[in-house]
Design a protein around this ligand. Structure first.
Ligand SMILES: *Cc1c(COP(=O)(O)O)cnc(C)c1O
Length: 414
């Protein structure tokens, strides 16, 4: 995370000391750097500068309105997967004309609403969804803009839970069946065929699988052209990986180079749907050590953040770097970093050698993507606050949930 530095031994994000954030807003607390968010989007924009392209940020990675409004003002579009995400984009001032709608299970209400708002494109994931959308668009003045999300059957060589482009996954339409479905869509007055979409998985460190998928997609686009079906855009999805530990994560320009080479000389607009790579290393989770609990086999550091705040370690066995916020003279020992939740899977890090004491602050790094958005109230724990740092300023962009919030929507038996 390049907005982090140590000044006199104290960890800062941009110009703000993390203990200051903990004092002001409490812990656990997500902290984001505006400069890093901006730089991540600019890196895409610079890599795409000479191309007809639109970056549609994948909202599910981090859907805080502050992040959406920042990206919107920087010109981004959005990739959404629900009505809730669409509402967030609009609330943040985003342009529905730059929204693509992904997801395998769009409800009729979701299709209706997105159609009324005039989104850029529906990334349709099955024939049944195409039928439903066609029916909903019937009787309206404008046809529904569609792309088929094709499944190119490419192994992204990432964690199985985050691979989406294999034949065995639930996502997309098998690429060898897409041509026939395009013909049927093109013949429908209720549907306007606009593009094609694919997204093969997440945390990809090597552009090779994405380039392989792109080649398959472009071959199909050319077949479609020979059928008289001309597409306006080609959406190659998201998936670019980031550095959590020692991964050699590519720069946006290195990752996009083979995709841009494949697109060279083509007339279609390129769409991309990055999520993690725009926000992952712009955020950290700030937490405080409640107790140290020395053990026979393992030492535990019990912190006030838990799997309900950051689920990735429990869900994917994901690694997040964990740093003490202030350097201290304690003995360095290996600790299991665990939360208060009543699950053995409630861990944030294994065997981390740290010099810490009860009451110390820890920063769990690279938590900007799939952190807050995957959080829950499990164990009736209020969700964390979120703070956006901008130079020397800190802005509370989501208040900590209160205890009353936990059951505000519930009622006792009548
Ligand atoms: C999750 C998702 C993305 C974003 O993936 P990242 O790995 O976060 O870049 C993009 N497109 C679709 C369809 C997705 O499901």
């Amino acid at each position: 995370m390049n907005s982090l530095s140590r000044i006199d031994g104290v960890l800062h994000i941009e110009q703000v000391a993390l203990p200051e954030i903990a004092r002001t807003f409490g812990t656990p607390c997500y902290v984001y750097s505006r400069a890093t968010l901006t730089a991540a989007l600019q890196a895409y924009k610079e890599a795409l500068a000479n191309n007809n392209a639109l970056v549609c940020y994948a909202v599910k990675a981090n859907s805080n309105l502050a992040i959406l409004s920042l990206f919107s003002r920087l010109g981004a579009g959005f990739d959404i997967v629900s009505r809730g995400e669409l509402a967030r984009v609009l609330a943040a001032g985003g342009d529905p004309g730059k929204v693509v709608f992904s997801g395998v299970g769009k409800s009729a209400a979701e299709l209706r609403e997105a159609l009324s708002l005039g989104i850029l494109c529906f990334n349709v994931e099955s024939e049944a969804e195409l039928d439903r959308l066609e029916q909903i668009a019937g009787g309206r003045r404008k046809p529904a803009p569609i792309a088929l999300r094709v499944n190119p059957d490419v192994d992204p060589r990432t964690h199985p839970y985050i691979s989406t482009g294999l034949r065995s996954n639930k996502f997309g339409i098998p690429i060898d069946r897409a041509r026939a479905i395009y013909r049927r869509a093109a013949a429908s007055p209720q549907l306007a065929v606009r593009g094609i979409a694919c997204h093969i998985g997440s945390q990809l460190l090597d552009p090779e699988p994405a380039a392989e998928a792109a080649a398959k997609v472009l071959a199909l686009v050319d077949e479609l052209a020979s059928d008289g079906i001309e597409l306006s855009h080609i959406d190659l999805g998201g998936g670019m990986g980031i550095r959590y530990l020692d991964e050699q994560a590519p720069s946006a320009s290195a990752y996009l180079a083979p995709l841009l080479a494949a697109m060279a000389g083509r007339r279609e607009r390129l769409l991309l749907e990055p999520g993690r790579s725009l926000v992952g290393n712009a955020g950290l989770l700030l937490t405080r050590v409640e107790y140290l609990k020395p053990g026979v086999e393992k030492n535990f550091a019990i912190v006030d953040a838990a799997m309900n705040d950051l689920m990735r370690p429990a869900l994917y066995d994901a690694y997040h770097d964990i740093l003490p916020v202030e350097a201290a003279a304690h003995a360095a020992l290996p600790y299991e970093i665990v939360g208060p939740v009543c699950e053995s899977g409630d861990f944030l890090g294994h065997a981390r050698t740290l010099a810490i004491a009860g009451g110390d602050l820890l920063a769990i790094l690279s938590a900007g993507a799939y952190g807050m958005t995957m959080s829950s109230n499990y164990n009736s724990r209020p969700r964390a606050a979120e703070v956006l740092v901008d130079g020397t300023a800190m802005h509370l962009v989501r208040r900590r949930e209160s205890i009353a919030d936990l059951y505000a929507a519930e009622s006792s038996v009548p």
